[in-house]
Write a protein that binds this ligand. Structure first.
Ligand SMILES: Cc1ncc(COP(=O)(O)O)c(C=O)c1O
Length: 243
């Protein structure tokens, strides 16, 4: 499994939440519990190599070498930590819905595993329409998430996002916004996006990003509530590196 972590002024943002999620993903895959201190010192060592005003860290944690086949093996896990510069995401973007559902009942639902081939295919489909994110429904036909983002939207002045029961990843950005703002968690048919007044994406690499086009529909973006969330995010991010 892996984690992508934002680096702000050379420091990892929300590292504790990311390490906690890594531990949850490891448990879901039956891997040994990651050594928190080892990960923290590896992250510090990597970040000490290069001054990154804005960057992203990637921690990958695997079962280590194993026999051919799908057996897990029982050797020491492999850990890789890399960092790179990151450009701030544009204020708004375009998205498309894709026809392949997320399986909210699957063993890997909500786990940040490295098996991202479905995301690769969906993102390539989005690129065909000049969009930067693909939005999935789940098997129930409800809105789920993007390939690397959680989705929020506004209906009747209410900011909403799918529940974790939808099979979406428990995004760190999503979790923080749920704590900081009045966001309603609800599962609804993906068609709710046809009439939503605002749509936005939430993720480590995009923070809060307005959506100005979904499929063929143009939206004013960022809308007023999306803008409020963007401002809230930058204020809170500056307040604490590990909220
Ligand atoms: C499938 C998926 N959903 C949502 C997210 C957003 O999570 P976070 O806010 O922790 O970056 C990610 C992040 O990479 C993701 O891979």
């Amino acid at each position: 499994m892996f984690e992508a972590i934002k680096v702000v002024d050379g420091k990892p943002f929300a590292l504790t939440r990311h390490l906690n999620r890594l531990a949850r993903s490891a448990a879901a895959l039956g891997l040994p519990e990651p050594d928190d201190e080892l990960f923290r010192s590896a992250v510090a060592e990597v970040l000490a190599q290069e001054q990154l005003p804005l960057g992203r860290l990637r921690i990958t944690y695997t079962g280590g070498p194993a026999e051919l086949g799908s057996g897990r093996g029982d050797v020491t896990p492999t850990t890789v930590v890399v960092a790179d510069v990151m450009n701030a995401a544009p204020e708004t973007t375009a998205v498309v819905r894709v026809p392949w559902p997320r399986n909210e009942r699957g063993a890997m639902a909500g786990v940040k595993s490295t098996s991202y081939a479905e995301n690769v295919v969906a993102l390539a489909e989005a690129a065909r329409y000049d969009a930067t994110e693909a939005i999935f429904e789940n098997l129930a036909g409800h809105l789920c998430e993007g390939t690397g983002t959680n989705v929020g939207y506004v209906v009747d002045g209410e900011v909403r996002t799918p529940t974790l029961g939808s099979g979406c990843l428990a995004g760190v950005t999503r979790a923080l916004l749920l704590e900081w703002y009045d966001v309603v968690e609800v599962d609804e048919p993906i068609s709710v996006l046809d009439s939503a007044d605002e749509i936005f994406l939430m993720s480590t690499t995009r923070d809060v990003q307005g959506v100005h086009r979904i499929d063929g529909r143009e939206l004013p973006a960022p809308g007023p509530l999306t803008r409020a969330l963007v401002e809230l995010w930058s204020a809170k991010e500056a307040e604490h590196p590990d909220p």
